[in-house]
Design a protein around this ligand. Structure first.
Ligand code: 5GP
Length: 189
């Protein structure tokens, strides 16, 4: 089994493989999603909930492209699973700052893999009596889904490969990349 050391290039950062979504395609799709969200939520009470840390870059670009007002709040969760496999047992590391009863919530996620993290989040948020709860995910891996869950807004469907960039990390690295790429070597499970 490979370790981070095996994957590392001279700078200590794993080498990149194939680009999965290039920067121009990301920006184009983010603009389309923002236009759709702006239409759907016109005149409503939108709170965008960014899931830390992976969704930060996507959320920042998405918000800047909106033509309606939206509040923003954040949650941080951690899965008890291994680094690449979600267990579905989720711990809230940081909760929302404000109550959300009566508000229209849009959960902004980097990627939906098994869907277990999102299922837990949606259950938690729905219990707080919002007016509505929807999901906007930059990426989804439909092949990996373990629960019936379809985000209302999706940037791109991608194959079952571990990806980094545009907010997504490997061991806290590579979030800065303006595109989404695979690693050169498969990620150890
Ligand atoms: P799920 O609960 O849907 O299985 O896992 C969702 C979380 O797993 C994502 O929010 C993300 O943090 C992490 N994740 C799933 N697939 C990938 C991937 O390909 N790359 C990275 N960097 N994180 C992933």
């Amino acid at each position: 089994m490979a370790s981070l050391g095996d994957l590392a290039s001279p700078g200590g950062v794993p080498a990149l493989g194939r680009t999965v979504v290039d920067a121009a395609s990301l920006q184009r799709r983010v603009g389309e999603l923002a236009a759709q969200i702006s239409r759907d939520y016109a005149g409503r009470n939108l709170v965008m909930i960014g899931i830390l840390k992976g969704a930060v870059i996507f959320l920042a670009d998405l918000m800047r492209a909106l033509t309606i007002e939206a509040e923003v709040d954040f949650m941080a969760v951690s899965s008890y699973g291994s680094s690449t496999d979600s267990s579905g047992v989720v711990r809230i590391l940081k909760d929302l700052d404000a109550p959300v009863a009566g508000r229209d919530l849009l959960v902004v996620e980097d990627i939906v893999d098994s869907g277990l993290t999102l299922q837990y989040l949606l259950r938690t948020l729905t219990a707080r009596d919002p007016a509505s709860v929807e999901v906007c995910a930059l990426l989804t891996k439909p092949e990996r889904r373990q629960v019936a869950l379809q985000p209302r807004y999706v940037g791109f469907e991608i194959p079952d490969r571990f990806v980094v960039g545009y907010g997504l990390d490997y061991a806290q690295r590579l979030r800065r990349l303006p595109y989404v790429a695979e690693l050169a070597e498969p990620v150890p499970g």
